[in-house]
Structure formats: structure tokens, C-alpha cells
Design a protein around this ligand. Structure first.
Ligand code: SAM
Length: 431
């Protein structure tokens, strides 16, 4: 009997594997097993600059890369639709960037590139047109005094609890001092539509304490508030990504297979996410490095970029996602600057031929500008689900050498959007 190895079987050209005791019967089978082993999914932590591009297998299955790993520490500080997984970033950062170098992400989104770069000691620069995304990235990548961060998160929670969860008769019995608040925002039409009155008053109370309290980690508190607001909206449990209209009546819930009712409160979410945030920030602080992180709330078509050693990014796609609209509740609640008219490829503009031509020009403009600030030979690595085949033209417009294109199967496992799709990783070299 030989020692355990991976036996692989093929179905629809995908590799599925399980560890078994396997008797290698003949040479043909041995060769089959050897080539299949090469194709087993890449372990991100083992990638080095010498790992050949063609040896990468990025088709991780759930068992290779469980959800817990894909959403580790601050990567799940707040939901965000359209992010790539940190392990994909890690593979390319390990291959093409070294400690002390600088990676640029001109479409930084929820900050996956910046967080992973920091873990690896690589400096990073991020740009995004969406103020909420920049806020989220700042909260993820900030340096924290952990005990002070914990104190602030629990302090504001306790104050909101005292102000909203205890009736005034209870308060007078315990002799508690009632904090008198003038809460603005109760008359905001959007907020009134999307939140039950009790939920809205809890959220606005939290906001008013951020504004009036003497807290130093206000970005983090705003992220907790936004995450709680997202969960407390008057919508169904299965439609949190893009709810079309408020739901005020009980409904059949696909997620829980029973009748559910829209939530009327927000405090339970503030409580849950405060504790989760403390845990996640602590986890990241234990492994983070001192590599620098720079963030800019700017249109990346117009930016003057700092010097950098290359790009790792996933641009918006044409006609797919409205990045501001996705977090509309946060814009209304936090009063963030809305720059949606400058979003590249905004879903609201559709995906007509005209929109595609405009999109290619916009994306090429970003990479042309950014590449002025990197040495020849630097890599521009772009992750996109290029269903309309636009990136060949973009590469020509930017004038880069195409070093490789890797297709990877993405197996979405959550929510009603679950299902497979393919994305491509374009590896370009600045000439
Ligand atoms: C696919 S997402 C990036 C996701 C990111 N890789 C992550 O893991 O979270 C694309 C981002 O491009 C941003 N964006 C769209 N138009 C932009 C522009 N003109 N300038 C800068 N950022 C823009 C969107 O706001 C969005 O956050």
C-alpha cells in the first residue's frame, strides 16, 4: 500500500478531489495522477515570486477555502456586493510585490487589496468614488489602541441602550439620568420610508452620540451604525442587497422557509455588530504590519497618482452594480457626499454598445494615468467578469503587454444570488 495521495476525478472539466489510499496500478494512471495533482487549488500562502503563472489553479472549492477564511477578520466588517476574496489578492501580491513596495488599487471598493497588502508588509494606495467605501476602508485599515477602541464601542452602545431601551418609569425607579437629545433626521423622507419609527429613533440616537460624544474612532462607529441600519431596513431577509421597495407586511421568507415580518428595531443589530466589530478589529490588529495605507475619495480618471510598483484591482463592470445605491441608507444616515454621476459603468446607464465604448475609454484612461507613476515592467493585474469581451480592447488602448489571462470559477454559496460564474484575471506588463 502506498502512502495517501490525492485521487482526482473529472466531471465537466472541473477537478474534484478527496484524500484516499490509492494503489497506482500502471504508468498511465501515475501520469494522470501527477498532472491532476499539479491542478489542485493553489495554497495562497505558498505562492512566491517564482511560482509560474500557468501553475496557478484559483478554482477553490468550499472545502479548500471555507467561508470563514474568505471573510476573516476585518474583511467582514460590513457587507459589500462586488468584492473579490482576500486569497485571490494574496496570490498576486505574493507573486508580484515585495515587502516595502507599493500596490495601487484605483477601484478600492471595500478595501480587500489594502488589507491583504498590509498583512504582507506591502504599502498600499486606494481610490474610490464612493464616500462610503472610503469610510469603510479607513475603518478597516486604521491603527487602533485596542482597549480604547473597545471602550468607545461599548460606551456608545450603553448610552444608546440607556436612552432607548429603558422606559422613563424604569429610569426614574433606578434614579438614572436621562440624556436629553435633539435627534435630527426623523423627518428625512428616505429614512422614514425605509425604517420603522422605533428602529429609526435607535439609529439616530446612535448617530447623535457619535456627533456629540468625545470619540476618536468615529469611522468605526459609523461603520457599526451603517451595518446595523442595513439589517434594520424594512425589507425581507433574502433581499438585503438590492431591496426595491420597503416591505411593511409579513412575507414568505425564502431564506428561513417560513412567514417572517420586517424588523421594527435596530438596537439588537447595534448590539450584535458592536461585539462582532471588536472581535474582528482585534484579530486584524494582531497580524497587521506597519506598512502604510493611503486613501483618496476621488475619481480615478482624474487622479494624479503617487509613485507605485503596480496595480491589483477589480474595476466596476459596465451596467452591473450601482455602487452608491447599494449603500443608499448609509448616505442618508451619515450625510455622505454623493458622487454617483462619476461612477464608471453605472448600472443606471445600461450596457448598450455606446455604454460599452464609453466604459472602455474610461477604464483605459485610469490605467494609462496610473501607469505613468510606475516603472517599466510593473504589473497591472485586473480581475473582471468580462462577459462582453471588453478587456482585449482596453489592453490595446493602454498599450500593455498581455502576460497571461487566468479564468477562475466563482462558486457563490449564499443568498438568492448563489450560483456559478467565471471571472478572469488579466495580467498585463507595462512596456
Ligand atoms: C468591483 S468594485 C471593487 C471591489 C474591491 N475589489 C473589493 O474587494 O471590495 C469597483 C469600485 O469602483 C468604484 N468606482 C466606480 N467608478 C469610479 C471612479 N470613477 N473612480 C474611482 N472609483 C470608482 C466603485 O465605487 C466600486 O467601489
Amino acid at each position: 500500500m502506498k502512502s495517501p495521495i490525492f485521487m482526482v476525478s473529472r466531471s465537466n472539466n472541473t477537478i474534484t478531489g478527496r484524500e484516499v489510499d490509492y494503489m497506482i496500478a500502471n504508468e498511465e494512471e501515475q501520469a494522470e495522477v501527477r498532472s491532476a495533482r499539479v491542478l489542485l487549488p493553489t495554497i495562497p500562502g505558498q505562492v512566491t515570486p517564482d511560482t509560474p503563472l500557468e501553475s496557478l489553479n484559483l478554482n477553490w472549492r468550499e472545502r479548500d477555502l471555507p467561508e470563514k477564511e474568505r471573510t476573516k477578520h476585518v474583511h467582514r466588517l460590513h457587507p459589500y456586493l462586488g468584492k473579490f476574496i482576500p486569497q485571490l489578492t494574496e496570490v498576486f501580491l505574493r507573486k508580484y510585490f515585495g515587502r516595502g513596495q507599493t500596490v495601487l488599487d484605483p477601484f478600492v471598493g471595500s478595501g480587500t487589496t489594502l488589507v491583504q497588502a498590509n498583512e504582507l508588509g506591502i504599502n498600499s494606495i486606494g481610490y474610490d468614488i464612493s464616500a462610503f467605501n472610503v469610510l469603510l476602508c479607513r475603518a478597516k485599515t486604521a491603527h487602533y489602541d485596542i482597549s480604547e477602541m473597545q471602550r468607545e464601542v461599548l460606551d456608545i452602545l450603553a448610552r444608546v441602550k440607556a436612552a432607548t431601551q429603558i422606559s422613563s418609569s424604569q429610569r426614574s425607579l433606578t434614579g438614572e439620568v436621562i440624556e436629553t437629545l435633539s435627534i435630527s433626521g426623523m423627518d428625512n423622507e428616505y429614512l422614514q420610508q425605509w425604517f420603522a419609527p422605533r428602529a429609526l429613533s435607535e439609529l439616530l440616537t446612535y448617530r447623535s452620540f457619535i456627533e456629540t460624544g468625545d470619540y476618536q474612532y468615529t469611522d468605526l462607529l459609523k461603520v457599526i451604525l451603517s451595518r446595523a441600519a442595513r439589517s434594520a431596513r424594512l425589507t425581507t431577509h433574502f433581499d438585503l442587497d438590492f431591496p426595491k421597495r420597503p416591505v411593511t407586511e409579513p412575507y414568505w421568507c425564502y431564506k428561513h422557509s417560513r412567514i417572517c415580518s420586517p424588523t421594527e428595531e435596530a438596537f439588537k443589530f447595534l448590539n450584535r455588530y458592536s461585539k462582532d466589530t471588536i472581535k474582528r478589529v482585534k484579530q486584524f490588529q494582531e497580524i497587521r504590519t506597519d506598512a502604510s495605507v493611503q486613501l483618496f475619495h476621488e475619481d480615478s480618471r482624474k487622479a494624479t497618482y503617487p509613485e507605485n510598483n503596480g496595480i491589483f484591482t477589480s474595476p466596476p463592470y459596465v451596467g452591473l452594480i450601482d455602487y452608491h445605491e447599494q449603500h443608499a441608507y448609509a448616505y442618508h444616515l451619515l450625510g455622505l457626499q454623493d458622487m454617483r454621476e462619476s461612477e464608471i459603468g453605472a448600472a443606471s446607464n445600461g450596457s448598450s454598445m455606446k455604454a460599452q465604448e464609453r466604459y472602455k475609454k474610461d477604464i483605459a484612461e485610469v490605467f494609462c494615468r496610473a501607469s505613468e507613476f510606475m516603472p517599466a515592467g510593473s504589473r497591472i493585474i485586473v480581475v473582471a467578469n468580462d462577459r462582453a469581451n471588453l478587456y482585449g480592447d482596453v489592453a490595446d488602448m493602454v498599450g500593455v503587454e498581455v502576460e497571461g489571462i487566468i479564468n477562475r470559477c466563482v462558486n457563490r454559496r449564499t443568498g438568492r444570488r448563489s450560483g456559478e460564474f467565471y471571472e478572469s484575471i488579466f495580467v498585463w506588463r507595462k512596456c
